[in-house]
Unconditional design. Structure first.
Lengths: 197, 164
């Protein structure tokens, strides 16, 4: 649900990074935070355990610039990936305008990817959405590692909706901004189309 | 879920209500946050506060608190008080799920803040209900103007925004 503050001429959108544990969701936000102009970002907030696993969420507000006099603000969130934190994932997912599904390309994490994607769909349906209706893109992360599944196989297994996808090595900053821009474009285009109806 | 459009007159009504609450509760600042963590309006006087981060964390706290309530068989907790050494927060849920936040210090008291918040909840609730009625009855002239402006955004403009 986008929030348009006409008084302040701001468009506010919520983008959620979803995916299995240790797939690189927090790393995406850390890389964006490290590389973006300080004037365009707020604080990166991480509610994490002592071992730096996401406990509740990470949050990063970004200002992507102005379009037709409207400031476009994106609130980036990650969910905790570990299976038993499902209640937290549901809370964070509420009101999302779009989702980046971060898949771990390593062959031994394929089952975790499938499980997480199914969990995303279940939680969306519970909230009256689905992957058919909610804007989402897929990031195939960790492409720099040796034991990765070919992209064609990832595509056939994880990209049922034929949504835009990006390869990435988030720890090296590769593909992180392409993913963010891809998601932002989908969300803004969807917003514009909704307003035209 | 519908997109929320806040017009200038809406912002003025909310800011007025929050300003009165802040003054009557002798608070440092008052905010209204949507359940998704976005700041809808503030009372002013919040210049030294990171309202964006506050809004996100307040929504997270209230969401977690709501889930705790359900575990105890409650529909929800209506308020949450966070006590610091100098600054304190009082959070209260408005009809529809928005969260009213008052930041206060030793110049006020929890009793006063709670009392004033209870009254302000009704006023803010009425304003938010007016938005809902307006949205259900089709787009009012203000909302229609905003929708037209946004619908005219071109793909090229979106590409240009993201190319920098």
């Amino acid at each position: 649900m986008s929030f348009i503050n006409y008084a302040a001429r701001e468009i506010n959108c919520k983008l959620v990074y979803y995916g299995p544990g240790l797939c690189g969701k927090t790393t995406n936000l850390q890389q964006i935070y490290a590389r973006i102009d300080p004037a365009a970002k707020g604080k990166l907030i991480s509610l994490a355990t002592e071992s730096e696993r996401t406990l509740f969420f990470d949050f990063l507000p970004l200002d992507l610039g102005t379009i037709r006099g409207f400031k476009t603000r994106f609130h980036l969130y990650t969910v905790p990936g570990q299976v038993f934190y499902d209640a937290s994932r549901k809370l964070i997912l509420k009101g999302a305008d779009g989702v980046v599904f971060v898949a771990d390309s390593q062959v031994e994490r394929m089952e975790a990817n499938i499980e997480s994607l199914e969990n995303l769909e279940e939680n969306l349906v519970e909230q009256g959405h689905s992957l058919t209706t909610l804007q989402h893109i897929i990031q195939y992360n960790k492409r720099d590692l040796p034991n990765v599944v070919p992209v064609a196989d990832l595509q056939s297994t994880l990209n049922e909706h034929n949504t835009p996808w990006f390869e990435a090595s988030a720890a090296k900053g590769i593909g992180v901004f392409e993913t963010l821009k891809g998601a932002a474009k989908l969300i803004l285009t969807d917003l514009k189309n909704k307003m035209a109806r | 879920m519908k997109d929320l459009i806040l017009l200038a007159e809406d912002a003025e009504r909310l800011t007025g209500a929050l300003g009165r609450l802040c003054e009557e509760a002798k608070g440092r600042a008052a905010f209204l946050v949507d359940p998704n963590g976005r700041l809808l309006a503030d009372s002013g006087g919040a210049a030294n506060l990171d309202t964006t981060s506050l809004a996100s964390l307040v929504a997270g706290s209230m969401a977690a608190t709501g889930s705790l309530a359900q575990l105890l068989g409650e529909r929800g907790f209506s308020g949450l008080f966070l006590e610091g050494a100098r600054a304190h927060l009082y959070l209260a849920v408005v009809e529809g799920g928005a969260i009213l936040v008052v930041v206060f210090d030793g110049g006020s008291s929890l009793g006063l803040v709670r009392f004033r918040v209870k009254r302000a909840i009704d006023e803010v609730g009425r304003i938010l209900a007016d938005f809902a009625v307006r949205d259900q009855s089709g787009k009012g002239p203000g909302s229609a103007r905003v929708a037209t402006e946004l619908a005219e955004i071109t793909d090229e403009e979106i590409d240009n925004l993201l190319s920098s």
